[in-house]
Design a protein. Structure first.
Length: 168
């Protein structure tokens, strides 16, 4: 069993932050909130988050610019862009900023929970795959190095008795 997933909700509307926090905490997630980009970056620099849910329009920074800052500090953080002002331009900018999902406000609870759950499941699968690949690499490299040592020192592999030359 893994530790609970940690989520950061960034929205300047306190009622949205509260509603999303309650909803996601009921699903078992650990939720933190920020009302603007500065606070979000302070929290992101001080804490680890699996996911950030970011409003498009924040008082001090555009949401897509904040996604870029998050990518620099926590590259594997999942990022969901929220907007109450949907447009093709916003969607394209979100994709270009490498948002993992783009949701429109208002959204129904089921859509949000499903999106969060699916993205976190994928993150866990990616992490497990990466850990497996690292372990396989280490095992393969160890065998390779052991083989090189044996080839370089064949007498040690044959045993101590083979070094002794008997005379008649």
């Amino acid at each position: 069993m893994h530790d609970p997933y940690r989520l950061l909700i960034v929205d300047d509307d306190e009622s949205i932050r509260t509603a999303l926090s309650v909803l996601l905490e009921e699903e078992g997630y650990v939720v933190d909130t920020a009302g603007d980009g500065r606070e979000a970056m302070e929290k992101s620099n001080a804490n680890f988050y699996n996911m950030a849910i970011v409003d498009w329009r924040l008082p001090d920074i555009e949401g897509t610019a904040l996604l870029g800052k998050f990518r620099n500090t926590t590259p594997k953080m999942i990022m969901i862009m929220l907007t109450g002002f949907p447009s093709m331009r916003n969607a394209i900018d979100s994709v270009n900023a490498k948002a993992d999902a783009y949701l429109q406000k208002p959204m129904d609870a089921e859509t949000l929970i499903d999106t969060v759950s699916k993205l976190l499941k994928q993150q866990e699968e990616d992490r497990t795959y990466s850990e497996t690949k690292v372990a396989e690499f280490i095992e393969t490299r160890a065998r390779e190095l052991t083989g090189k040592i044996a080839v370089q020192n064949p007498r040690k592999q044959q045993g101590a008795g083979s070094d002794h030359v008997s005379s008649f």
